[in-house]
Write a protein that binds this ligand. Structure first.
Ligand SMILES: [Zn+2]
Ligand SMILES: [Zn+2]
Length: 446
């Protein structure tokens, strides 16, 4: 495992503390050190991308208008499977409930690579004003909610289908095999269900054939269409969820001497947990402990019997992750012992750190530069959000990059918001970039 702050960051020493959007020159100068890996460049890939863009953009609109929540992506999956079958790929459906896997076997021997696109939408009520905006409503967690592709997975599906279309056309000369993975439930399966990347792996998505590398992209409204970005090494955080109950003894609010007050213990715990960030994690290393829920009590004049705490931990290094879990237990144990109470905690490691394989990132960066121009490829710092592509990238070297989706001069809300507006112009950029990665990896010429 590569630690952020040591080797991965040392590759880009000049960008420490540089704002994300100020990295153009650094990225450009880094990338110019590499010669293109492909033997030829030429217009043929551009032509193919241009020919397939309209069709997959129409599919994007269809998917956007009909978003489906995690593990419910049945109509999206049917549309994906039909497109892949029409292209002549070997298609498996129902992988990890609604996932679709399409295998494109090239006419020449060569490596196996995988391309992953996620398909699920979010319980967000759309307010983009797009002509193909979603007006769909479903029941989620017992409540009626709007559904929206607020994380841009509709664009991921369109790009994935576009790459399949472009590469299927050159199947006869393709030196290797491409496994297209259309994944359900990236945002996490509903309560009580399994799903997403770990279930796909459990169901053998990496068997027969086993890919030796995997690629994916994610939309990014911080950048305009035509811009790409990536982070070598640890790129997105490990996300852990914890839930704790602090037990005390209930009493009248006017008789604290009869109580073991869980509210006071919880208050001390909340403050003490923040010392993990300030005192136990190196000031130069990322990592955080958030208390998102602090709940207890029924009435102003009753000291309750217990208080609940819930939160998230984000780290980039398994050793730090282990340390944080240990320190949380020590703090909760110490605080509740001192107060005369007790605690219990469940701590779930939900998604591991997403590591972009440094050697693979170094090898593929020139391909990104060639597809959009070196000045449009940004090397960006790691972020504290998480992505379940991390499970795939634990199995084989992975490379995950960002696709700018804001219309030049336009505006967009952030991911997971009702105004996230991904521009169609990002679709051909994504197809070109991902196809270039795959072709260069397989050693084909453009
Ligand atoms: Zn998301
Ligand atoms: Zn997403």
């Amino acid at each position: 495992m590569i630690k952020v702050g040591s080797s991965a960051r040392a590759m880009f020493p000049a960008r420490r503390g540089v704002p994300v959007l100020g990295l153009v020159a650094v990225a450009g100068s880094m990338l110019s050190l590499h010669a293109p890996t492909s033997a030829q460049t030429g217009p043929s890939l551009d032509d193919a991308v241009a020919r397939h863009t309209a069709a997959v953009t129409r599919l994007r609109h269809e998917i956007h208008r009909n978003p489906e929540l995690s593990n419910r992506e049945t109509e999206t999956a049917a549309l994906v499977a039909k497109h892949l079958r029409d292209l002549g790929l070997d298609v498996r459906t129902g992988v990890a409930k609604t996932g679709v896997v399409g295998i494109l076997r090239g006419g020449r021997a060569g490596p196996v690579v995988a391309v992953r696109a996620d398909m699920d939408a979010l319980p967000v009520t759309e307010a983009t004003g797009l002509p193909f905006a979603s007006t769909k409503r479903v029941t989620f967690g017992g409540q009626e909610v709007g559904v929206m592709h607020a994380c841009g997975h509709d664009i991921h599906v369109a790009v994935g289908l576009g790459v399949a279309s472009v590469l299927a056309e050159r199947r006869e000369t393709l030196p290797g095999t491409v496994v297209f993975i259309f994944q359900p439930a990236e945002e996490g399966p509903p309560e009580g269900e399994e799903g997403g990347a770990p279930l796909m792996l459990e169901e053998g998505v990496f068997e027969r054939p086993r890919p030796e590398a995997i690629f994916a992209l994610h939309t990014m409204p911080d950048y305009e269409v035509g811009q790409l970005a990536y982070t070598p090494g640890p790129a997105m955080a490990a996300a852990d969820t914890w839930r704790a109950t602090i037990h005390g003894r209930q009493s009248h609010g006017a008789r604290p001497e009869d109580s073991v007050d869980p509210v006071v213990m919880a208050a001390q715990a909340v403050m003490a947990l923040q010392t993990i960030r300030s005192r136990n994690i190196s000031p130069t290393a990322p990592g955080l402990v958030t208390v998102g829920v602090l709940r207890g009590g029924e009435r102003h004049n009753i000291i309750p019997a217990s208080v609940r705490l819930e939160g998230t931990v984000r780290t980039f290094d398994p050793a730090v992750q282990d340390m944080v879990e240990r320190r949380m237990n020590e703090i909760l144990d110490g605080v509740t012992k001192a107060g005369g109470g007790s605690y219990e905690m469940t701590y779930d490691r939900v998604v591991p750190v997403l590591v972009n394989d440094v050697a693979l990132a170094d090898r593929m960066a020139p391909s990104l530069a060639r597809s959009v121009g070196a000045e449009n490829v940004h090397v960006i710092p790691a972020v504290t959000t998480a992505e379940d592509f991390a499970f795939f990238a634990q199995e084989v070297p992975g490379f995950y990059f960002r696709l700018g989706t804001t219309r030049p001069g336009g505006t967009s809300g952030g991911l997971h918001t009702p105004t996230y507006t991904g521009d169609d112009g990002a679709i051909p950029v994504g197809i070109e970039a991902l196809s270039t990665l795959v072709l260069d990896y397989l050693g084909d010429a453009r």
